[in-house]
Design a protein around this ligand. Sequence first.
Ligand code: ZN
Length: 77
Amino acid sequence: MEHLKIDQIIEFVSMTDINTETLSLSSKVIGHVRECQTCSDTLKAYRLVYEELVRLGKEAEFSKIVKKEKALRELEK
Ligand SMILES: [Zn+2]
C-alpha cells in the first residue's frame, strides 16, 4: 500500500471547504489513515499544529511552518 504524500496530508489538514476536488482528497486521506497507523500519526501531528495556529488566529502561518518542516524532513533522509 502506498503511503499518503505529505502534501496531501497538509492540504487535507488546512482544507477550509468541501468541494468536488477536496472531497476526493478527503475520502482518500480518511480511507488511508483508517488502515495506516503511520499516516494516521502524521496527520494527527499536523492537525495539532494547525488547530493551535487557528486558536492563535495565525493559521496563515501554517504553510510557512510546514514548508520548513518539509525541508527538515528532506535533510533527514
Ligand atoms: Zn500510510
